[in-house]
Design a protein. Structure first.
Length: 119
């Protein structure tokens, strides 16, 4: 599975961006998908997650009510809609896919995409 992020860039505080993560391969629908981020001088943190079927989502407290994760299995793409962006949302955002089969963990990462929130 290869994951390719797009949609990052520079946005003013209060603005919006939508990140996309396009997956290759035929097993996308079996993967739980997540977005992580790593800000300057910070550790990588989980931002949002969605289960393989899309029935359950979870968010970091810092983004609840502002970010929305979703997935389109037909397009093999996961999205992160980011609204009311703040300077502290500035980070490199990474797409992550994970599944477990027969006791083994299969995990893949995208290359990361920069999001900068600044006036």
């Amino acid at each position: 599975v290869q994951l390719v992020e797009s949609g990052g860039g520079l946005v003013q505080p209060g603005g919006s961006l939508r990140l996309s993560c396009a997956a290759s391969g035929s097993t996308f629908s079996t993967y739980d998908m997540s977005w992580y981020r790593q800000g300057p001088g910070k550790e990588r943190e989980l931002v949002a997650a969605i289960t393989s079927g899309g029935g359950s989502t979870d968010y970091a407290d810092s983004v609840k009510g502002r970010f929305t994760i979703s997935r389109d299995s037909a397009k093999k793409t996961v999205y992160l809609q980011m609204n009311s962006l703040k300077p502290e949302d500035t980070a490199v955002y990474y797409c992550n896919g994970k599944r477990y089969r027969f006791g083994l963990k299969y995990e893949y990462w995208g290359q990361g995409i920069q999001v900068t929130v600044s006036s």
